[in-house]
Design a protein around this ligand. Sequence first.
Ligand SMILES: [Zn+2]
Length: 573
Amino acid sequence: MSDPRPRRLTSIPREVDDNAISRYVRFAPDSGQILLFDQRMLLMHGFTLAALRQELIERLGLERTRELFTRLGYQQGMEDARHLHASEQGELERILAYGPRLREMEGFVRNQAVDHVQFNLETGDFWSDYYWESSWEAEVHLKQSGISGSPACWMMTGYATGFTTALMGRPILWREIECVAMGHARCRVIGQPLEECDDAEAHLRFLQVEDFVSVPKRREARSAPGPGDAEVNRSLPDLIGASSSFNTVAYLIKRVAPTDATVLLTGESGVGKERFSKALHAIGPRTGKPFVSINCAAIPHELVEAELFGVEKGAFTGATVSRPGRFERASGGTLFLDEISSLPLHAQGKLLRVLQEGELERVGDTQLRQVDVRIIAATNRDLRSEVEAGRFREDLFFRLNVFPVKIPPLRERREDIPLLVDAFVKRYAARFAKHIAGLTQNASEKLRAYDWPGNIRELENIIERAVILAEDHGSIDVEHLFSGGEQVPNTVAQAAPPAATHGPAPAAGASPAAAPSRLIDGILDAGLSLGEVESLLIDAALARSGGNLSAAARLLKLRRGQLQYRSDKRSAS
Ligand SMILES: [Zn+2]
């Protein structure tokens, strides 16, 4: 095997100033607190945590407990890195050296470097190799469970992964290759970029919501993509996260999925409500049956009933054929009602009756048809205040609000950003047949600092655009990400990267029309069709305007109706 250690790496300092770290720790007995960078810490008996760990193993099993502790560690590592980064003005060499020392001070382990952490921010390279001696987790595991078939330092590998991932801005995976709990003389861990680990999936699943990412269809779709699999393949990878707020949602979705209960998803525009609803459908008993979605805001009021409940020939001008509505098309499966608050009052009344009776009449018809669908509704508005304002029926609200799940905005789960970015970069690099080395440190920091008003949809759009704009075999840099200045509505022309290095340069004083030639080159090189370019533009405009169609239309210099038409045409095709 060739030496995986990359060249031109910076090594972290071997000696760490303990006093420098100690100043972040504050014992404040008068307020009943211990603080590490203003985070509350607990000095508790190790044996109580060991007892909890053992009880969880007995109740949940080894694998689940391992997931739990790995994610716990990941979150701690992320938080410590974030605070250190802010306190040390981003001096990465020193911060990376503080990590292992902090763990020693916290009493978890003694680090003995085989190879100290070495890294290169520009290329994203990372390598390190440590012995862990006197590991708390390995000791308690060995004592309570005996010799183990797999490594047991879960919280610590999770911590190291979270800590270095936060600092490098790309997933750095730590794997334990020897562990005292397995009978080795000492534990040994290796940290390296995720994509360099051949068994990454096996380790990564301890950070993820396993049921979501390992839906069998997705794995099949990956090896042999067929037209039918594409949707499943696309719909699941975004459900990646290790943050506590993400896991809360994932837990609720997994609990409610096997039931037939109506679910109400709330949250800002772009947080992934439709993707969560697809995942819910995919892991529930109706999987294999249709998943039909309808965006209540995208359909003209006078047509919404026909769209939902179907129409009989001759019911109104233009109804030249009888056709089933979305309810009938979703028969046996799930109907996703997006932006439910936009449903006009007359349709709300009819929807309520259908939900109560389990049967419907098509528009212009008298025949009653049985329907069996599970309802998932979603809204980015507060339905209670819509009820108070008289815009939403209270009885329908109670009917839908059986199992509400609030999906957090991306800015409240920033620790998931590196995992999401990694997934999106892989997806679009594959789609545009490009090799992307990763993100520069500067780019990663900008992503972390940004406020994400358009949430995950905006992140995905930005990464998609960045993959198109970045050089093949190059890294994604800031100008590829926020190429238009995300706060200010901007023209497409300004989205061109300022410092590209190939292709003819526009002449000085060139007309505005000549300026985006680099962008055009980028689009042509990416092999995008005209339709795909239009689709990308529409998505980007919608994301930038927080899903507001009128604002998006202004960005694109279109009338609202024109944008509506193009957007509908796209979802119909
Ligand atoms: Zn170990």
